[in-house]
Design a protein around this ligand. Structure first.
Ligand SMILES: Cc1cc2nc3c(=O)[nH]c(=O)nc-3n(C[C@H](O)[C@H](O)[C@H](O)COP(=O)(O)OP(=O)(O)OC[C@H]3O[C@@H](n4cnc5c(N)ncnc54)[C@H](O)[C@@H]3O)c2cc1C
Length: 482
């Protein structure tokens, strides 16, 4: 481990602990395991960087998007290439802010300012930052068009533009409505802040003796951090318990899908956690409309009913049915449908087989992260069209693969590194407990500590989630060294 990495991390951790009133002594008690856990599935970045630091490969690299994935890539590549020529196009001066902390802001654990990160402090000084937005991708001409800086050509392109929140796909909903009429949503900074207000109003109502209804949604599209819609529900439960008002609230989860989690063991664990907390759920409910003045959420409830016996197939036909269900709410937490940003979805970079159905994600090989049709293009992070893993934890495993494969292509070699789909979802199950759900493309559990039952909620993982992952993100991953 490099000296600057250790120093940067310990300073940040020390500050974080101090802010939360935890002594270094208490922290050290935990460090036996948590200290090791913060290195959860360590990347091979240090070793790889050393091995490849002297690559003399040349070419102009343009990285579009300087968030978690783009910034990390830029830092990794300036270490790998002896003559890096890297341009990052990113409009947001705080693009590297720590999004996983938004759930904790909405739960009243973090303050809004705790997650902020200044782009200029994290992008490498060896890279050129153009503070602008790409309005068109033209991979046939190897160029992108920007809104203020004209057309920019490249030899190699990395697409890291994250994803788009499509609130308006739900009738009656706009992003601006979040924070009014009992509606919360943790998916953007301001929304997270306002959700904490709404959540407190909800708890106060329950505490005053009113019977209240909390409704939590999960759409039918891929979303970033699949556990987040449930995390905010668990935090709401705990805030109600804390206020001694839990018995006055009904909390119900309405996912579009038919289970709680794609990995059976985690699904089972979550079902049991819900039962233990008297939290309810109804599968196959897609939020289609909100009447905010009447505080009614409308869902398309879809299901299959058994039809005729099919003699040829020797099974019953299953007939799709649906009905609109109206649910009154006092607190509605909306997880919006998500897609690739339109600029990607309408370009040749996106999956070409009916991009509406697949969200416009970039068509990359799920292992090499190289584009299927444009070999000088790679994508990582939320925008990558791979089967799972729209998390910062996935980015942490993707960036060395993406960076090493890009450099291989620049050197005229075949990309050999493979991303196997590892992702991690620290599922906050309450204030003080987290279940560390780690898994990969095989939809099997891939625990970093196989001796510990990964389906157990533990305070140790809460400690890791709340106090250690943020400094690790800012001082390790973003700088391309953890
Ligand atoms: C509420 C919430 C909870 C989460 N919890 C967790 C968690 O517990 N664990 C975990 O690992 N992950 C979690 N995540 C997910 C994680 O934060 C994301 O997966 C990660 O940030 C993805 O990185 P990215 O670089 O792909 O996207 P982003 O970090 O969103 O960056 C994309 C960047 O692209 C820029 N951009 C967009 N369009 C353009 C354009 N046209 N031109 C130029 N630039 C553009 C944007 O300004 C942005 O800065 C959570 C996210 C949220 C919102």
């Amino acid at each position: 481990m490099q000296q600057d990495r250790i120093e940067g991390f310990s300073e940040a951790l020390e500050a974080e602990l101090k802010r939360h009133g935890i002594s270094r002594r208490d922290a050290l008690k935990l460090a036996g395991l948590s200290g090791a856990a913060f290195m959860l599935n360590p990347t091979k970045s240090d070793a790889a960087t050393k091995a490849h630091a002297s690559s003399k490969a040349k070419g102009k690299i343009v990285i579009v998007g300087g968030g978690a994935a783009g910034c990390t890539m830029a830092n990794y590549l300036v270490k790998k290439l002896s003559n890096p020529d890297i341009t990052v196009i990113e409009p947001d001066p705080q693009s590297v802010s720590y999004q996983p902390g938004q759930t904790l802001i909405a739960g009243g654990v973090y303050k809004p300012e705790d997650i902020l990160g200044e782009t200029k402090e994290y992008l490498p000084k060896e890279a050129k930052w153009i503070q602008d937005i790409v309005v068109e991708f033209d991979p046939e001409k190897n160029q992108v068009a920007t809104s203020k800086n004209g057309v920019i050509s490249y030899d190699y392109l990395i697409v890291a533009v994250g994803l788009q929140l499509n609130y308006s796909d739900i009738k009656g909903v706009t992003k601006e409505m979040i924070g009014t009429n009992g509606i919360g949503s943790i998916y953007f900074k301001e929304g997270a802040k306002k959700t904490w207000q709404i959540l407190q109003e909800f708890v106060a109502k329950a505490k005053s003796g009113q019977k209240v209804n909390g409704v939590f949604t999960h759409p039918g599209t891929p979303i970033k951090c699949g556990g987040a819609p449930k995390k905010i529900m668990y935090l709401t439960h705990d805030r109600l318990v804390e206020a001694k008002a839990r018995e006055n609230a009904t909390l119900t989860f309405y996912p579009n899908g038919g289970n709680m989690f794609g990995v059976p063991e985690y699904h089972e664990a979550i079902v049991n956690q819900y039962k233990a907390r008297d939290m309810k759920w109804h599968y196959k409910h897609d939020l289609i409309e909100v009447d905010s003045s009447a505080k009614i959420a409308k869902f398309n409830h879809h299901y299959l009913v058994q039809g005729e016996w099919d003699e040829d197939l020797e099974e019953y036909d299953m007939i799709p049915q649906s009905e609109v269900i109206e649910i009154p709410y006092d607190f509605l937490h909306i997880t919006p449908p998500m897609s690739a940003p339109d600029v990607v979805g309408k370009s040749l970079l996106s999956w070409q087989r009916g991009s509406a159905a697949v969200g416009g994600w970039v068509e990359v090989d799920k292992n090499t992260l190289q584009h299927a049709r444009f070999p000088n293009v790679f994508a990582l992070g939320d925008v990558a069209g791979i089967p799972m893993g729209k998390t910062g934890g996935s980015v942490r495993k993707q960036y060395t693969v993406c960076g090493d494969n890009l450099v291989a292509v620049m050197e005229g070699k075949e990309p050999k590194e493979s991303y196997e789909g590892y992702t991690v979802c620290p599922l906050i199950t309450g204030i003080g407990t987290v279940m560390m759900a780690e898994f990969d493309y095989t939809a099997k559990m891939t625990p970093s500590f196989p001796l510990l039952d990964p389906t157990k909620e533990r305070w140790m993982w809460w400690f890791l989630k709340v106090y250690m992952l943020k400094p690790m993100y800012f001082h390790g991953m973003l700088k391309g060294r953890a």
